[in-house]
Design a protein around this ligand. Structure first.
Ligand code: MEV
Length: 324
């Protein structure tokens, strides 16, 4: 039996635009998904999932797609990520018919912009391959987890979430060019509205806007320019400039239709409390915002904001995937 964990993440800059080859800078945070994998003596796959911000559930299946007895689209999506991860595990281990018992536990809420699917996929690939007697290097774990997201999100995924979750720390992703960045400790505060967005749908929405309007394509390109500026501010440890650019990034994401009332409400609450800056993080539509504030004011203001279900401080997590 092997347990591996991988961190969730927040986007300092660049979500959505990264899907079109612009750079992005996600940062791993100290919330983890843990996956335990054990080889079975038969060829079946059994998945237990707990703490996914949903009631726990168990699915058991052999050949073909999982038979999930759940209305919730999020549960179906979560199982989709596990299912594709197991396909990658079997392929990497050269054991197409291997049976596995998988247990997923996660501190990262599903679909909330904190990289839950990447964290689960990365941890599942690490634990699953080791349970079948194979060890992959981190580049291969990241690449296989990317292929999981690519398959589940109908070919609309960047390497950003999965590379960040595998490597930990702050990273830079531009197309296939992926690297770690030096970053100071950043005073992240997260506000969570208790909701979620459908990454596939939101990415498809931005893609359609980009195709219909030249100015939407320009907006996506402007996010790329902003990220390049943000990288300089990050290298200089200029937290005030990072905050200003995060505010701008939120405005550009709103312009392409991926913010929501609750995300905007939390962003404005954070700014009103004196945060250096605040923006939605991840695909949007609902879920989380991230703000920069070294004081307690933003966390306090968010916890009093009606749209915010939970506010918490997050630390940059330098460690990516690990065996527990
Ligand atoms: C989702 O966490 C980030 C997006 O940029 C999609 C992706 O990069 O695959 C919206």
């Amino acid at each position: 039996m092997v347990t591996a964990s991988a961190p969730g993440k927040v986007y300092l800059f660049g979500e959505h635009a990264v899907v079109y080859g612009e750079p992005a800078v996600p940062c791993a945070i100290d919330l983890r998904a843990r996956v335990t994998a054990e080889e079975r003596s038969d060829d079946r796959l059994v998945v237990h999932a707990r703490d996914l911000k949903l009631d726990g559930f168990t699915v058991e299946y052999g050949e073909g797609s999982p038979d999930v007895d759940a209305e919730d689209a999020l549960v179906r999506a979560a199982v989709g990520y596990v299912d594709e991860s197991v396909a990658q595990v079997r392929d990497a281990a050269g054991r197409p018919g291997a049976g596995l018992e998988i247990t997923v536990e996660s501190d990262v809420p599903l679909g909330a912009g904190l990289g839950s699917s990447a964290a689960v996929s990365v941890a599942a690939i690490e634990a699953g391959t080791r349970a079948l007697g194979t060890e992959l290097d981190r580049e291969e774990v990241a690449d296989r987890a990317y292929r999981v997201e690519h398959a589940v999100q109908d070919g609309q995924a960047s390497r950003s979430d999965t590379f960040c979750s595998t490597m930990g720390g702050a990273v830079r992703v531009e197309g296939d060019d992926t690297r770690r960045l030096d970053a100071p400790d950043l005073p992240f505060v997260v506000g969570y509205d208790g909701g979620a967005g459908d990454t596939g749908e939101l990415v498809a929405k931005v893609r359609a806007l980009r195709e219909d309007y030249g100015f939407a394509a320009d907006t996506v390109a402007a996010i790329g320019d902003l990220v390049r500026e943000g990288e300089r501010a990050l290298a200089e440890g200029d937290v005030e400039e990072l905050g200003r650019l995060m505010n701008f990034n939120h405005g550009l994401l709103s312009a392409v239709g991926v913010s929501s009332r609750s995300l905007d409400g939390m962003v404005w609450a954070a700014r009103g409390a004196g945060a250096h800056g605040a923006k939605l993080t991840g695909a949007g539509g609902g879920g989380c915002i991230v703000a920069l504030d070294p004081t307690d004011a933003t966390e306090r203001a968010l916890s009093l904001t009606p749209q915010c279900e939970r506010a918490f401080r997050a630390e940059l997590d330098a460690e990516g995937v690990r065996v527990e």
